[in-house]
Write a protein of this length. Sequence first.
Length: 168
Amino acid sequence: MLLERTISIIMIAFSALFLVQSLQLENRTGGLVGPGTWPAALMILMLVLSIVLLVKTFLKKGVQVKTANEEAEDLANEDDQLVYPKRFFYLLGALIIYTLLLDYVGFIVDTLVFIFVLSLIFGVKHWSRGLLTGILATAGAVVLFPILLNTPFPRGVGIFSTFSLLFY
């Protein structure tokens, strides 16, 4: 509980500091969306969630009172073991492969396959749901970033580049 409280206070300070910094970025285009809009939105979200975590830790403290020794023992026992240690290494391997293939395969195909593999790693029972999740997440990212915000994504090489030209 002390760890959650400390992390939430650090995250509140971090998000408040960078929220102020992002609001000070100059908007030279004159449009509604400027260079500080996206960081400011993320910092506001982080600030709100950190405050919620802090409030929850104080409410939990009032309900359950433990001695410092019991809390230290629980924390030590909890930190010593991963719930699914193999899944962590599968996730790390999938992330490394995703990063290495991104320039060659392109964003659309690589992200679709990556999210599908992640859904299988994290235990989605039906492969069709994992594939649907991958398609929807990739489509949402393509609509948001390359189309609406004009942010370039890797197109890939050869046929993958031609495929990505169909979408952005």
